[in-house]
Design a protein around this ligand. Structure first.
Ligand SMILES: [Zn+2]
Length: 263
């Protein structure tokens, strides 16, 4: 009898626990509220890819490392309760609302599907060690720009909207919507991706922690599992932002950039 009661309690606790989407919404909205306090009252979140402010029904959880790649992880890793799929993939919210550009609908399912359609394929090739030997220029660019897009999302997930709202965030958001052509002015340092063989050791720490960040002058070297790529960075996102002082040291000053191209 008592066993049944305990089970019932557990079931209720599970129902009460916020979903992954709700948890991400709370975390991301609290962070965004540092820059735009009224998002809480208006029940909005900014999509970190397209920049639109939207209500919860227009967002969904994105697995940063695609589910296609995650499913191919070693069996011991997949069965390890310490490394469930969400942990191995990393998660963030991206919008699902149709994208319009200059009045024309150019993609029906928002940034969440845009990422899946344009970037998950090339990235899965890297994660599974299946990058073709003789790739053309277009294929090479798709790998690099896919790497930039994924590294950008990983930085937002780790350091918050400061990454989106600094000037380099605008550059990366624009690049996100140009999956086969480099944005004008993007330095050569950012047009290269380095990748190795996929990890196979079940005890490798990358399963629990697939992203690593090393800060450099005006850039960050982002490691995502078995690839590394440089990401442009206008400022160090770890340096606190001064909000209440009129005169602040230059490195603390920050002017958020909310530019978007979409409606
Ligand atoms: Zn979006």
């Amino acid at each position: 009898m008592s066993g049944t009661l305990i089970e019932a309690d557990t079931a209720i606790a599970d129902i009460d626990r916020p979903s992954l989407k709700e948890q991400l919404w709370q975390k991301m909205q609290a962070d965004l509220a540092k820059f735009v306090p009224d998002v809480v009252e208006r029940n909005r979140l900014m999509c970190c890819a397209c920049g639109r402010f939207l209500p919860p029904e227009h967002f969904d959880v994105d697995h940063m490392i695609s589910q296609r790649a995650i499913k191919r992880d070693p069996i011991e890793v997949r069965e390890n309760p310490a490394t469930p799929a969400n942990v191995r993939a990393g998660t963030i919210l991206l919008c699902t609302k149709p994208l319009h550009y200059r009045g024309a609908r150019f993609y029906s399912n928002g940034c969440n599907s845009w990422k899946g359609k344009n970037f998950d394929g090339p990235m899965t090739q890297i994660f599974t060690g299946r990058v073709g030997q003789h790739r053309n220029k277009h294929g090479q660019n798709a790998l690099i720009i896919g790497g930039l897009a994924l590294a950008y999302l990983a930085m937002v997930a780790k350091f918050g909207y400061v990454v989106t709202l600094m000037q380099s965030g605008l550059v990366l958001r624009e690049q996100f919507f140009n999956p086969s052509r480099f944005r004008n002015g993007l330095g050569t340092k950012f047009k290269a991706i380095f990748f190795g063989q996929p990890h196979t050791d079940p005890d490798d720490p990358i399963w629990a922690n697939p992203f690593r960040f090393e800060f450099d002058e005006q850039s960050c070297l982002v490691t995502v599992r078995n690839f590394v790529i440089y990401l442009p960075l206008s400022r160090d996102p770890r340096v606190p932002i001064a909000r209440h002082l009129k005169l602040v040291p230059r490195r603390h000053a920050f002017r958020p950039n909310f530019d978007i191209w979409f409606t």
